[in-house]
Unconditional design. Structure first.
Length: 207
């Protein structure tokens, strides 16, 4: 069974002032924190492992959910740190816990898929591709819909230039410069002398 990620680190500004002191995941829905309902649904679908990506007021979520045993789950946490990382950045941060194939609960929109895939473009050695899937386990209940992502290594570094072909060996330069040919060469077997001249050029008048 693949691990499922829950994004719970945002500021939830549309819920201000409620979410200024309590994270959205812990706001009550029908008398229970919202994330409790999420975890119950995931457990009912046969999910076993959950990674909660926390950021804003994340320590409250960790204190409320604990290790997940109360929900019949194994829950781990990935924190954004001092700076919130956003949808894709939070998932990149959680990769050591999620592995290279994971599912995202509670967000099955094309916009969310693009956010996640776009965030991985900033990583020079990996890319993420997502698709909409049913987060269903071995139960017969109506499946939850989410996104499944595959993270693959890429090689975006420039390829090393091809080695230049070996040049043919050149003859070694003579240690002494050869004597220039004599302008006069005696024709073999003849008492006459032939004189060789270079052809006249524009800057060399005929002699």
């Amino acid at each position: 069974m693949l691990p499922v990620a829950i994004l719970a680190g945002g500021l939830a500004t549309r819920l201000h002032p409620l979410s200024q002191r309590v994270p959205k995941a812990l706001l009550p829905i029908v008398g229970r924190p919202f994330i409790f309902h999420q975890l119950d649904l995931l457990q009912s679908q046969g999910i076993e492992q959950v990674v909660i990506c926390i950021g804003h007021l994340g320590e409250q979520i960790e204190a409320a959910v604990g290790d997940g045993s109360a929900f019949g789950l194994q829950v781990r946490y990935s924190s954004d740190g001092a700076q919130l990382l956003g949808t894709g950045g939070a998932l990149r941060q959680a990769l050591p816990l999620l592995g290279v194939v994971f599912e995202l609960a509670g967000a099955a929109s094309a916009d969310c898929q693009l956010f996640v895939e776009g965030a991985f473009l900033g990583a020079p050695t990996m890319r993420a591709t997502g698709k909409r899937v049913a987060l269903s386990g071995p139960t017969g209940r109506e499946p939850l819909i989410g996104l499944r992502f595959n993270v693959e290594p890429t090689n975006l570094r420039a390829a090393a230039p091809a080695a230049a072909p070996a040049r043919p060996s050149e003859p070694a330069a003579p240690t002494t410069s050869p004597s220039p040919p004599s302008p006069k060469a005696r024709q073999p077997g003849s008492g006459r002398v032939r004189v060789f001249r270079s052809r006249p050029t524009d800057d060399q008048p005929n002699r």
